[in-house]
Design a protein around this ligand. Sequence first.
Ligand SMILES: Nc1ncnc2c1ncn2[C@@H]1O[C@H](COP(=O)(O)OP(=O)(O)OP(=O)(O)O)[C@@H](O)[C@H]1O
Length: 355
Amino acid sequence: MSDLVITAAHKRYGKTIALDAVSLTIAAGSRVAIVGPSGSGKTTLLRAIAGFETLDAGSIRLGEIALEDDKGPVPSHRRQIGYVVQEGALFPHMSVADNVRFGMIDPPSARGGKAAELLQRVGLPPDVGMRRPHELSGGQQQRVALARAMARSPKVMLLDEPFSALDTGLRDAIRDMVSSVLGEAGITTVLVTHDQKEALSFADRVAVMQDGRLVQAGTPEEVYLKPVNAQTARFLGDAIILNAMVQDGTAHTLLGPVRATGPSGPRTIMLRPEQVRITPATGEGQGSRGRIVARSYEGPTWRTVVEHLPDATDEMVLETASLFTISVPGPASLPAGTVVAIAVVGEAHSFPARS
Ligand SMILES: Nc1ncnc2c1ncn2[C@@H]1O[C@H](COP(=O)(O)OP(=O)(O)OP(=O)(O)O)[C@@H](O)[C@H]1O
């Protein structure tokens, strides 16, 4: 099978190290999302896979074929790799059908039929082929860009923020369409996105980059629930980060004892907001308590900021912040000022202290 294997990839621009010993294996037919802060090297990695950038060191292989190693790179047009970017980058002076036919390696007599078939596969009506790209909506243009990228029957499809210019509803629809078209064709897909929900829902595996390094790769559940450090935790969604003393699988925290991963000792723990439940406090002796200091309406949920209320007997002095934010399902919500009992469900993930 044609796994895409990146080994010890290095790329430097002047003093900036864009890729620092990046190694990643992407199984044939699978979907990987690459996420990370701005400037962490995501696009550089994609462009190196596509052959638009040359590595300073390291190798990229597609199955048995070395796309790039110490003998040099295979030119991008011979890599069997498709590339779709944010704005689609269609040729404005060509019709939609000519855009899709561009670069096809099929016999000329077959190209028209294949272009029509590809446009149909991405959900566009046949008459669209006659139009120019500027006569299409943003979502239609992204469909054409995908059809054009598929016209060379690639083994790998690289998607660089292809949905980010689209409105929310359209974005979900186009993403689902891309997902099913690429899935049916068994094409290995690498998606770069700034949207963590998109990464978690689209991909089989999520690769997290920071400062040119690949800091974690795992299933969406692994990277969301067991991130390698607090920065990754925050990058993948809202996180409550607390100091803790872990003893035999129990973290003693500001919010009371919580089951936790990791060794005993002083640790930093992470909870996802959905692990914290609040109910109106009915009296003393209910464990951890807090007061709602603010809330804002988000449609299905209320974003609710809770301030922990220290207990006179509280020995937990490790804490640095006592405010945390959670999403409370609507429609009813507790107003600011309500004193609440705080309960934690599930297990906390722990990192070395102050990671
Ligand atoms: N052609 C270039 N010349 C000089 N520096 C570059 C070039 N391309 C990228 N860089 C630098 O390399 C680093 C990685 O850039 P890259 O575009 O890969 O990051 P990214 O994670 O894709 O960022 P973003 O999310 O903002 O698109 C950045 O510091 C960037 O400024």
